[in-house]
Design a protein around this ligand. Structure first.
Ligand code: HEC
Length: 151
């Protein structure tokens, strides 16, 4: 969150707070001043870098009651640092993984092993780190969720 944005938000608050009051020269001067700095801050706000999580990101996920248990586990783990559903980050997008692997026991076992033990060479030379603290059950739920994205 940039300090410019914070400043813009404060400026906006000031403007709103001063609405409805009878305005003095002083108010009008500062209102204009704040208005200028708000539009300037908005115009100059940097585009978020690709993969940056913005406050609106959770809203794009499914409604709370439909969240897949595997999706919750992924959200609570470090996976999100390197993976997203739709976009390649450090690792492949989950939709790409889902497109590559048919949903069957063999692929499930393989992907569980990959999450637990890590490895490289399938999508590039960057390695997927091992996850020794995850259990097989939870890794299985994550795989089920990832493979469910193939539709
Ligand atoms: C530090 C970055 C990083 C983190 C953290 C990470 N991954 Fe990965 N992941 C990768 C990379 C890089 C690959 C591609 C590996 C390869 O080419 O073999 C990958 C590949 C995968 C694949 C496909 C495996 C294959 O062989 O096709 C799955 C599934 C996956 N990750 C799931 C997860 C899950 C679930 C988590 C969290 C528990 C996670 N990843 C955490 C970087 C990461």
């Amino acid at each position: 969150m940039s300090s410019k944005f914070l400043f813009a938000a404060l400026g906006l608050g000031f403007m709103l707070a001063s609405c409805g009051n009878q305005k003095s020269e002083y108010d009008r001067f500062y209102e204009q001043d704040y208005k200028d700095s708000v539009s300037e801050a908005v115009a100059n706000a940097p585009e978020p870098a690709p993969g940056t999580r913005t406050p609106s990101a959770p809203a794009q996920q499914q409604p709370a009651q439909e969240v897949h248990p595997g999706s919750k586990l992924i959200a609570g783990s470090d996976c999100t640092a390197c993976h997203s559903n739709q976009q390649k980050l450090v690792g492949p997008a989950y939709v790409e993984v889902a497109a590559k692997y048919e949903e069957n026991d063999k692929n499930r076992e393989y992907l569980i092993g990959k999450i637990l033990e890590g490895g490289a060479g399938v999508w590039g030379q960057v390695p997927m780190p091992p996850h020794p603290n995850l259990n097989k059950d939870d890794a299985g739920k994550m795989v089920d969720y990832i493979l469910s994205l193939n539709n």
